[in-house]
Design a protein around this ligand. Structure first.
Ligand code: RNT
Ligand code: ZN
Length: 415
């Protein structure tokens, strides 16, 4: 008797889709798993400053990681439940500082060596982020665009230090590290002068990037934002600012799904952005009414993003990272749901009847196009997903949940 997967494979084949090829391709798409879901964006610096820029996890689910060892233990659990080889996306505030307080301008590869070693032994990739929040010098809401030269210099030094760490990590791992720059700089209320902070942000970024580093080891991304809590009226690093910056400096543009007007279609931006920048970083997130950073699910927005990436042939130029933080549910399950849902969206895009759709559109047969697009939504994606999990020797369906419930009872509840 044919298996579910074999029946599904045949159903796809009838629409000209090669399910085997989709499985192979999906296995080559790494997801950069964000460290900050594990501890509500706290980090290991023992700072008392607020996150700033509107990033704050809500909820108090028991058992959050409070040490590096616990965070690694949680991440290992996550990776063990994910099909494929993935990456770690680490913030600079998560360094291994050995209980010492190290200025963000003085961080070096030595503070991240244990993370890099851990990535090596667990066979995962590494990405990095300077931390421009949760610091006394970010408390007035401005970092790289601060009107105070001394404050700007501090944050410029931090950016430079982070890029050096990325380059060293990339060299050690033999893989390119993406360094993503996001700054919270913004005003709560309507500013009079919108231009000067942007001039200062541009100059600061130029200074940071003036150090030439080997792009084999690290590349830089810049992340735009519309607004945050307490930063409602004006964000220095807006979409237009960073799009212009990324194009003129040939940097990666980082598109965070929560950083636009709620009704804006993020997917639609991709083919335009990639016309003019070399590569793109995605922060896959889910805004509910605002940039709320809910756990990623298989929704229209995320599917639309992945469809655009796949249809345009942009996978080789797209780095996929996650950006959400929910402390109201089991944090490890949140990670697993977010990554697996992102992968399902990629798979669903890889399984579209692309040739038939393209032909219909080319011949102006929009009736067939609509019919096919509707049919594609109910094709047996789940059977292909389960097969992908099976081949990667990770749980299928919701079997991973039992594992996490067990981890919750034995590990999380005894923290
Ligand atoms: C904030 C940005 C940024 C952060 C992380 C922690 O709105 O999305 O990417 O979430 O750097
Ligand atoms: Zn983001």
């Amino acid at each position: 008797m044919a298996t579910f997967y074999e029946l599904a494979r045949d159903a796809y084949a009838r629409l000209g889709v090669d399910a085997e090829a989709a499985i192979d391709q999906l296995g080559k798409v790494p997801i950069s798993v964000h460290c900050w879901q594990g501890d509500d964006v706290a980090g290991f610096e023992n700072t008392t400053s607020l996150s700033g820029g509107g990033i704050q996890a809500t909820g108090n689910f028991p058992g959050k990681a409070t040490t590096i060892a616990q965070l690694r233990q949680d991440l290992e659990k996550v990776y063990s439940l994910l099909p494929g080889r993935h990456r770690l996306n680490l913030h600079a505030s998560y360094g291994d500082f050995g209980g010492k307080s190290v200025s963000r301008t003085d961080i070096g590869i030595e503070h991240f060596q244990s993370w890099i070693d851990w990535c090596k032994t667990t066979d995962i990739g590494f990405d990095f982020n300077p931390t421009y929040f949760a610091h006394p010098l970010a408390d007035d809401g401005f970092t790289l665009s601060n009107r105070d030269r001394g404050v700007r210099d501090f944050w410029i030094e931090h950016g430079k230090a982070c890029r050096r760490i990325s380059a060293a990590a990339g060299e050690q791992l033999g893989e390119t590290v993406v360094t993503n720059f996001w700054v919270p700089d913004a005003y709560k209320d309507t500013p009079f002068d919108r231009a000067s902070p942007r001039e200062r942000l541009q100059a600061s970024l130029d200074e940071i990037f003036s150090d030439t580093l080997d792009p084999k080891f690290t590349v830089d991304a810049v992340e735009s934002k519309l607004f945050g809590l307490g930063a409602e009226s004006y964000t220095v690093g807006s979409h237009e600012f960073y799009l212009g910056y990324a194009i003129s400096r040939q940097k990666l543009y980082c598109l965070d799904a929560g950083h636009f007007h709620p009704t804006e279609s993020i997917g639609d931006k991709i083919s335009s952005i990639l016309k003019f920048v070399p590569e793109m970083l995605l922060h896959v997130s889910r805004g509910v009414r605002w940039d709320s950073d809910h756990v990623v699910i298989m929704d229209d927005q995320t599917r639309g993003i992945m469809e655009e990436v796949v249809r345009g042939g942009f996978l080789p130029r797209t780095h996929i990272g996650l950006d959400f933080f929910d402390a109201s549910i089991n944090r490890i399950a949140a990670w697993v749901i977010g990554v697996r849902s992102t992968q399902k969206c990629v798979l669903s895009a890889l399984l579209e009847p692309a040739t038939m759709l393209r032909n219909a559109e080319e011949s102006c047969d929009f009736t067939t196009r609509l019919a096919l697009l509707e049919e594609a939504k109910i094709l047996p994606l789940g059977a292909v997903w389960d097969e992908f999990c099976r081949r990667n020797e990770v749980p299928t369906g919701t079997d991973w949940l039992m594992d996490i419930k067990d981890y919750e009872a034995t590990v999380l509840n005894s923290r």
